[in-house]
Design a protein around this ligand. Structure first.
Ligand code: MTE
Ligand code: MO
Length: 222
């Protein structure tokens, strides 16, 4: 793994983390609006952007395809590790979905290509007691989802966005995309998908952010 400017990175990272923890303490951006019966496309407190901001801890790992691997393990009948070539052999999946980031920007109509989460689930075959999915990334980032949120028709491991290979700054070669929850749950530079019985709150979830992160009920902090 190659890291850009490690000195800057540590500094930026601690400032960003301090700011985002303060937002959580203050309940910043919460509208307190009553949930509307029919779900609007734009969740409460969000604003639409047309660019695509980059948000991470300042470490953007360089993962050469020759070294790239994805491990799927934990409470599954069929744990496996795929090389990049193995990943390319999986059924292709594409979808169009919206991004909602907890820092209040949303971006509509992102065209994704990759491998569906449902294909991962079908291949790995989670055991009856598997209830959570823990996502591990090359920058040390961890986030968690309930299995039912991961196992949804619009969730994928994305390798391309708008027809082009996913840029490194956005999590390339492969990132998770989970459209129905805030974007911090969409792990960039993913390397391991672990199925568990016990939940394991991740980087932001232990720093004041909500465990589930539903944008329509403003599960920003918790
Ligand atoms: N590995 C990893 N994944 C991550 C993050 C990170 O720091 N590391 N940041 C999360 C956050 S807070 C957001 S909003 C989105 C941002 O993705 P983008 O930079 O492609 O917009 O990635 C999420 N996934
Ligand atoms: Mo975020």
């Amino acid at each position: 793994m190659v890291t850009d400017n490690p000195d800057d990175t540590a500094d930026r990272q601690s400032k960003l983390v301090a700011t985002k923890r303060a937002w959580a303490r203050e309940g910043r951006l919460l509208t307190g609006a009553a949930p509307s019966p029919e779900r609007p496309r734009l969740p409460p407190g969000q604003r639409l952007v047309s660019n695509w901001p980059v948000l991470d801890l300042g470490i953007q790992p360089d993962v050469p395809l020759a070294q790239w691997a994805l491990t799927v393990d934990g409470l599954v009948d069929h744990p496996f590790t795929w090389s990049w070539a193995d990943f390319q052999d999986q059924p292709a999946f594409s979808d169009v979905s919206d991004i909602h980031c907890v820092t209040s920007w949303s971006r509509y109509d992102n065209h994704w290509q990759g491998v569906s989460a449902r294909h991962i689930v079908e291949t790995a075959r989670p055991q009856a007691d598997a209830a959570h999915v823990i996502l591990h990334s090359h920058d040390g980032y961890i986030t968690n989802l309930s299995l039912s949120v991961f196992d949804d028709a619009d969730v994928l491991l994305a390798t391309a966005w708008e027809g082009k290979p996913l840029a490194r700054e956005h999590g390339g070669p492969v990132r998770l995309v989970v459209p129905k929850v805030y974007f911090w749950k969409s792990a960039k530079w993913i390397r391991r998908i672990q199925f568990t019985n016990d939940d394991m709150p991740g980087f932001w979830e232990v720093r004041g952010y909500h465990n589930e992160g539903d944008p329509w009920t403003e599960q920003r902090y918790g």
